[in-house]
Structure formats: C-alpha cells, structure tokens
Design a protein around this ligand. Structure first.
Ligand SMILES: O=C(O)[C@H](O)COP(=O)(O)O
Length: 313
C-alpha cells in the first residue's frame, strides 16, 4: 500500500499510481488514528513538511520501504531512524527550485519598491506619489545564505536583473567551481560581511542545530537599516520577535516571511505580526506553485515507484 498524508497533484496520484493500492487523503496528517491504521500496511509513505516521520510513526509501519518527500526540506524526517530501519527517503530534488527563486525575486522587488502600500490611500482619495518613490532591484547586492540549487536558481535571476550576488556557504570552499556559473559570478563571503553589505538577504539553509536562530537580533543589527530579509527556508532559522522589533524600529527595511517557527501559524502566534510595517507574510507557499506541485508530485511518484520496483527485482 502507498499512503499519502498531505496534498499533491491529483493527476499524479490518479495516473501515476493507477493500478496501485493507494490511500490519498490530503488531511490524513491530522487524523493520527486513521493514519496509524493505514501505516500498518504501508510499503511507501508520501509526505510534505507537516507529517512527522519520527520513530513513533515508523514503529507503526513495519513494512515501510520508502518515504517520498514532496519537497526538499528534511527537518520533519528522522533520517537516522529511517536509515537504521533500511527505509529510503527520496526528496523531490530540484523540482521546486524555480518556484522558490521566483518568490525571492518577487518579494525582493515588492519590498524594495514598496508599491503595494498605496491601496488605502488611493481608495481614500489621497495621492501619495512622493512617499511611494521606491527602489530598483538593479544595481543592488543580493546576499544568499546557503548556496545550494535553490539559491543558485535565485542568483541566476538576480544577475539577469542587474544585481551583484554574494553568498555564504560554509560547505563550499572558495575555489569551488560553483562560484562561476555560465550566467555569471557569485562572490563567496563570510556571514558577517554578507550581512553588512547586502541590500537583500535571502536564506537558503535547512533547519539544523547550527542554523537555528542564525538570524537573531545580533545578526539583524549587522544588516543595513534599509535591507530586506527574506525567509523562504525554514521557520526557526530567523528569530521572529527580533525581526518584528527591527521592522517596527526601522532598523530593518522590510521582510518577507514564508515560513514560521510554528506552522500553521495560529491566530495567537499570528497576532505578533499584526500592523508590522514593510512585512510580507505568506503561508509556506514559496515552493508551491501550480507548476512546481506538478513537478514535485510526478518526481515523487517516479522516485517511490522506482524504489519499490528495485526492491522487488
Ligand atoms: O521543503 C520544501 O521543499 C518546501 O518547504 C516545500 O515543501 P512542502 O510543500 O512540503 O512545504
């Protein structure tokens, strides 16, 4: 049986998994008893970021061979526990790169320009033309924290728009070939230099013990007062309270937060973000577009079926 606990492209389920024994319920993640019943028969499990694939879940799935991840973040999956039980984990590598890259560029342009802030004024009949003289993205410095494939897709777009791109990635040496791409160069920098010199800082790191709260009040204080911070990586990498405080005091120019320490953000946690200036909030959709959902879903179907077929051979 293939058990799918969160939403995916329905055509990929219907056509890609036709003839298979499949349980597909986009809300199954929120029905633990039902999920436990299905896990007893599961040979494959397909999840997004909410299903916690921890030992407690794995104990309920004695026949599990493979976990298909409809995305690339693996912080909801205990990789060691899966490895110890011989369960393969297949992330949808590369399939949502373009979606996240477009989100980063889109929110950077939106926040630099400030052009979204006029509706109430225009409706009220005022004409705040001078106040809304925003900034261009061309000529600005984009600082990428982490330089994996999503960051590279973002850098390519930024270079095409006339930005200078710098990046901090402790896993890459200064002589790595990745800094010179066919579309241009990216300059490796220390984290401090990147924070101090970037107009837009975007995060592209997984959530680990090393990256938790890496953008805290001290890191934000190193950034320019007019800088834009974009977190489409994972909540927990950015200190939310420090970001809100900096936006309110004007020591940070703007922020786009797509991911949060607690997801889904409930009304109580959400209240902390009410009336914060120059803040764009989105519900973890940077990696989810119509197109990426299609790519991610079909890639995951292929990954899971390939794995099950290899096991049977
Ligand atoms: O990790 C990812 O790739 C993104 O967060 C998208 O995955 P999700 O749809 O499971 O959130």
């Amino acid at each position: 049986m293939i058990v799918i606990t969160e939403f995916m492209d329905e055509a990929a389920v219907r056509e890609g998994l036709s003839g298979r024994d499949v349980v597909y319920d986009p809300m199954l993640v929120d029905k633990p008893d039902e999920l436990a019943g299905h896990l007893a028969h599961a040979r494959a499990l397909i999840v997004r970021n909410r299903t916690q694939v921890r030992p407690a879940l794995l104990d309920l799935a004695p026949h599990l061979h493979v976990v298909g991840r409809l995305g690339v973040g693996l912080d909801n999956i205990d990789m060691e526990a899966c490895k110890a039980r011989g369960i393969a984990v297949c992330p949808a590598m590369g399939a949502n790169d373009d979606s996240v890259a477009e989100y980063v560029i889109g929110t950077a342009m939106l926040l630099l320009r400030g052009a979204y802030r006029a509706n109430a004024d225009l409706v009220a009949g005022t004409w705040p033309r001078n106040r809304l003289t925003g900034r261009e993205i061309s000529g600005k410095v984009l600082g990428l924290i982490g330089f994996g494939s999503i960051a590279r897709a973002t850098a390519q777009r930024a270079v095409a728009l006339g930005m200078t791109v710098v990046a901090y990635d402790p896993f890459l040496t200064a002589d790595s070939p990745v800094w010179t791409q066919s579309w241009g160069k990216v300059t490796p920098l220390s984290l401090d230099d990147l924070l101090a010199g970037s107009d837009v800082v975007s995060l592209h790191v997984p959530l680990t013990a090393d990256t938790r709260r890496m953008i805290d009040a001290a890191a934000i204080s190193r950034m320019r007062n007019d800088a834009i911070l974009i977190n489409a990586a994972r909540g927990g990498v950015v200190d939310e309270a420090a970001t809100v405080a900096a936006l309110k005091s004007g020591t940070l120019g703007g922020a786009a937060l797509d991911v949060f320490e607690t997801e889904p953000l409930n009304a109580e946690a959400g209240a902390a973000f009410a009336d914060v200036p120059n803040l764009v909030l989105t519900p973890h959709i940077a990696g989810v577009t119509v197109e990426s959902n299609d790519r991610v879903s079909w890639l995951t179907v292929r990954n899971v079926l390939d794995h099950l077929e290899r096991e049977q051979a």
